[in-house]
Design a protein around this ligand. Structure first.
Ligand code: SF4
Ligand code: SF4
Length: 225
């Protein structure tokens, strides 16, 4: 079961991914997840963003650990409050204030199994989720990667351009995985089931190249115009 929280990742609830089973209110995913874990033998994987975690997730994590919930929590740490306009949060230094260390905060809640991975590391995260879901107690995975919009902003300021990706038609098997399961809006299915990348919607993150088994998605050598 997948309790989700308030943030851009709330969209995971909608087709085609449909991986959000419960979306109650801001900060509720961990508490709802602990409740579901107590009354069900299903695996529970709760998602919460870094900003929401600082704002309203910490008390629920303390209680989940205290009540020995069997669940995994994934903190999606993009280093900002992206959905409402990139406001800062306590995980970022500001006006002479040191940042509140996220890993230290999680461990301080009593969590013993904590892993931190790059959110773009698909293979590493897959293994980490399997490890965590095979364990008892509260397990936490921090999937960390700076918000792509902020990365693109930094690139523009530095005079750099985002990488460009394309689908090699001869390699594409038209399996549909990138559309039906991965579902980045930059990937577009054509009438003949082939896939192309819409440059206007692509941020050049490159994750689709990792999820395409036939290696049909490749980085274009020259930078985007
Ligand atoms: S996952 Fe790769 S091979 Fe499958 S449809 Fe997408 S681009 Fe084509
Ligand atoms: S490179 Fe990133 S943004 Fe572009 S289509 Fe692939 S996954 Fe989507």
């Amino acid at each position: 079961m997948f309790p989700v929280d308030i943030g851009c990742y709330s969209l995971v609830e909608f087709p085609p991914i449909k991986a959000g089973d419960v979306l109650l209110c801001m900060g509720a995913s961990i508490g709802v997840g602990a409740g579901l874990a107590a009354v069900s033998d299903q695996k529970v994987l709760a998602f919460i963003g870094d900003s929401t975690f600082y704002h309203a997730g910490v008390p629920a994590l303390i209680h989940a650990v205290h009540h020995r919930a069997n669940m995994t929590v994934c903190i999606l740490d993009n280093g900002t409050t992206a959905m409402t306009g990139h406001q800062p949060h306590p995980g970022l230094p500001a006006e002479g204030q040191a940042a509140v260390d996220l890993e230290g905060l999680v461990r301080g809640c009593g969590v013993e199994h904590l892993e931190v991975l790059d959110a773009y590391d698909v293979k590493g995260l897959t293994k980490a989720f399997r490890r965590a879901l095979g364990r008892e107690g509260v397990n936490v995975i921090i999937a960390r990667h700076r918000c792509r919009l902020l990365e693109l902003r930094d690139m523009t300021k530095a005079g750099e351009k985002a990488p460009l990706y394309e689908v090699v038609p001869e390699r594409c098997t038209k399996c549909g995985f990138c559309i039906d399961a991965f579902a980045c809006p930059g990937l577009v299915r054509m009438e003949d089931e082939s896939v192309v990348i819409d440059a206007a919607l692509c941020s050049g993150c490159g994750v689709c190249a990792d999820v395409c088994s036939p290696k049909a998605i490749v980085r274009v050598k020259e930078a985007a115009p």
